[in-house]
Design a protein around this ligand. Structure first.
Ligand code: GRF
Length: 210
């Protein structure tokens, strides 16, 4: 059972997919905390309306970066979390958080890493770049978070076709649907302790047969 926090800045549809998977008993996790840098985020509103502990924490409201990472660490330890899922969190996670929760932090990216990731590759820009490249497939990637942007070991990926008449918006919509499908599944692998990281490659251990 994961003691989960979800960090989200925007709409929060991936957070809702995670919430639904827990409700449907497809994901063995307890949602301990939702944290957002954006007081107006859909994720915070959804959490509050569903009685989930929700905190707005922004680096803009603290004076120095150390205060910020310490505040975040305190939120996590107060909520007794042991796993962090980034779901559209638009900020770099402080280094101390990455160190403290190493191999226990995931992110979802709306393309097939290691392509179309890194600086500037967020939101609609990702899908613009995919279409511009002429790639015939795109997809979504769940990966571990390390110190380098969009770089940690890949946990799960799924592809979608890029259609001739796709716009960045139509492609984004199709990719988002598979994000909602794979993120809870990827988290369930951690809940079942079925992941081992070796040399930045993630091995998935087969499920135990009864
Ligand atoms: C998703 O496309 C995700 O891949 C990216 O940010 C977006 C968040 O969407 N990291 P939502 O807030 O979960 O709807």
């Amino acid at each position: 059972m994961l003691k989960l926090t979800v960090l989200a800045s925007g709409t929060g549809s991936n957070f809702v997919a995670i919430y639904n998977a827990i409700q449907n008993q497809e994901l063995d996790a307890e949602l301990k905390l939702v944290l957002s840098n954006n007081s107006q985020s859909g994720a915070l509103a959804f959490a509050r309306s569903h009685n989930i502990n929700a905190i707005h924490l922004s680096s803009k409201t603290v004076i120095n970066p150390e205060d910020f990472e310490d505040s975040m660490l305190r939120c996590f330890s107060d909520s007794e979390i042991d796993f962090i899922a980034l779901a559209g969190y638009m900020k770099i996670l402080p280094a101390k958080i990455v160190r403290t929760y190493r191999n226990r932090i995931t992110n979802i990216h709306p393309a097939l890493l290691p392509h179309f990731g890194g600086a500037g590759m967020f939101g609609i820009h990702v899908h613009e770049a995919v279409i511009q490249s002429g790639a015939k497939i795109s997809g979504a990637t769940v990966h571990l978070v390390d110190e380098i942007y969009d770089h940690g070991a890949i946990v799960m990926q799924k592809t979608v076709a890029v259609h001739n008449d796709d716009t960045p918006e139509t492609l984004a919509k199709r990719v988002l649907e598979i994000e909602h499908e794979i993120y809870p599944k990827a988290l369930q692998l951690f809940a079942e302790n079925r992941v081992v990281v070796e040399n930045n490659r993630m091995k998935i251990i087969p499920p135990i047969q009864n």
